[in-house]
Design a protein around this ligand. Structure first.
Ligand code: SF4
Length: 205
């Protein structure tokens, strides 16, 4: 049963984080360095969900600290979203990769891994109870809404998560980093900032 005071919720969130450290619900724990659990306020009004930790997050043990996370932080700051009122996490909490020489190349989590890791995402959502969850990319949409959808068709729309939390759908900030053309990149960055403005409004409702 979910505790009802902010202090009790924070305590429970820390306990859930501890429990996730030794998770073996799917095979991804075998090769990753550690579980990368969500971070932020237990009373956050917005809960952002990415795909999975990247190479840098896997080593640091913290979400959104790599290049995409830094870009994300910068855009939130520009939009005026108070990071202390947010919580960031990933749909899948272990880094999935293919070794290539000394490098570790990101590999997409499959449906079974996303389903297994929902165990933890469900607990984060239930304890934080945000006004709005934000799905950053297709894996997050699948985890939150429970269906595969083409981001290009549903971007900017608000759907309902499996537990009834409103979910705003947008791209993952790593997508912005991969756009080769500068004008396209600038345009997509502006669209992402517009999505974050919507989040800012929804955080206050
Ligand atoms: S990816 Fe998620 S479900 Fe799989 S082992 Fe890691 S924490 Fe557990």
């Amino acid at each position: 049963m979910v505790a009802d005071t902010p202090e009790a919720r924070l305590g429970t969130l820390q306990q859930v984080r501890e429990d996730a450290r030794v998770c073996t619900r799917c095979d991804l724990y075998r090769n990753a360095t550690q579980t990368v659990f969500g971070e932020g306020e237990s009373g956050a009004r917005a809960l952002f969900v990415g795909e999975q930790p990247g190479d840098q997050e896997d080593v640091a043990g913290r979400p959104f600290v790599g290049p995409a996370g830094r870009l994300f932080d910068k855009i939130l700051e520009e939009v005026g979203i108070d990071r202390t009122k947010t919580y960031v996490t990933n749909a899948v909490k272990h880094f999935k990769f293919e070794p290539r020489g000394k490098r570790r190349i990101h590999s997409k989590p499959n449906a079974g891994e996303i389903r297994a890791c929902r165990w933890w995402l469900d607990r984060e959502l239930a304890l934080i109870r945000p006004n709005i969850a934000v799905a950053l990319g297709a894996t997050a949409v699948r985890a939150l809404v429970g269906k595969s959808m083409a981001i290009t068709k549903v971007r900017g729309s608000i759907m309902e998560s499996i537990e009834g939390v409103p979910v705003l759908i947008t791209v993952h900030p790593s997508f912005l980093l991969r756009i080769p053309d500068e004008a396209d990149r600038r345009r997509e960055r502006e669209r992402f900032a517009a999505d974050m403005h919507k989040v800012k409004t929804l955080m206050k409702e």
